[in-house]
Design a binder for this molecule. Sequence first.
Ligand code: NAI
Length: 395
Amino acid sequence: MLLLENIHPDATALLSKAGYQVDTADRALGEDELVERLATVDVVGLRSNTHVTERAFEAAPHLLAVGAFCIGTNQVDLAAASRRGVAVFNAPFSNTRSVVELVISEIIALQRGLTDKSRMMHEGKWDKSAKGSHEVRGRRLGIVGYGNIGSQLSVLAEALGMSVWFYDTEDKLALGNARRCSSLEELLEAVDIVTLHVDGRPSNKGLFGEAELARMRQGSIFLNLSRGFVVDHAALRAHIESGHIAGAAVDVFPKEPKRKGEPFVSELQGLPNVILTPHVGGSTEEAQQDIGRFVAGKLHDYLSSGSTSMSVNLPNLVLPPNAGEFRVTHVHANVPGVLAAVNSLFATHGMNIESQYLGTRGDIGYVITDTPTDCPAEVLDALAEMPATIRLRAL
Ligand code: NAI
């Protein structure tokens, strides 16, 4: 296994303990270097800066799985991975708690004017006043997007005594005492604090502009820790300058510097009571550690049992814990007759099937077959030669 980009040491520890030979590197690899290294590697782990392209997959005959030790998987050519039966895993939830904690801290900081107070103290000004400062207890919080982050925030905000309203385009279960709104407009008119946690689907571009800001209550607070392109920053600036919006916290921007040291420019710079952070909502050591544990666990499960639970490209097969002793895993083209052909091969060689799991996803099918005895070489050869076969493993 080759783990790149300084992946958390817990991942290496977990995989080494499970018996894998793990090489690590603290940086990303360019395509040429990656092509060279992948020639002998069964599993590669990376974060967002190593791109696994069609050419890289082509040069990796042994590659079984890719672990994206991060949230996004844009850096991996998923179609190329699927065509070769390579499973790709990521860590979609591991940093969600970190985002929620930052949101809570920012709501409190904004409700107490902490940024202004701290700045004045650094300038030598002592201004002890309660004016404009509020407890968060009893405040009305509006969560737009009630997914992994929005729903966790709902629970923690209620624990602080806030009243929670939420709006989601899907019909989501309301946790605790949270109130579901049937439209964004209804939410905006009801709450003192609006926080966005929608996903990055293209239709969310410009979701929050002049009309939505204008609907917010006088003196309310606005937060966006979801995606930069969701909000019109020029309109937000105008509403902050007019005093209609009392404060804001923004962690994501339409244009973000690619690397440390590149200049950052935003319409929101220079405004008092606006907290700007460099897309660090999910960036904590705990999240990194959990990403390491989570993805390493998925890779180990896939290699040892064939489980593709939560794979981002292969059909998701979640296996029961008492899986059989002999197992054949078969990734194939999703065309009619493959399962019948597989089972007929087992039958003609007198092999009983103890249990079988099948899943399909787009063009790809995946079948796992458990047998009471080891699969003879001629059956494996015949399976490998089937035209639909993409990847075969006997475990
Ligand atoms: P999720 O996919 O679990 O939840 C998103 C929710 O938003 C879903 O329930 C969906 O139905 C809803 N939704 C989508 N469009 C909507 C709309 N127009 N109106 C109302 N609801 C809508 O996503 P998760 O994990 O909760 O993440 C939320 C956002 O946070 C994502 O955009 C993600 O990229 C971002 N994020 C930011 C981080 C940071 O460092 N600032 C770290 C982690 C995630």
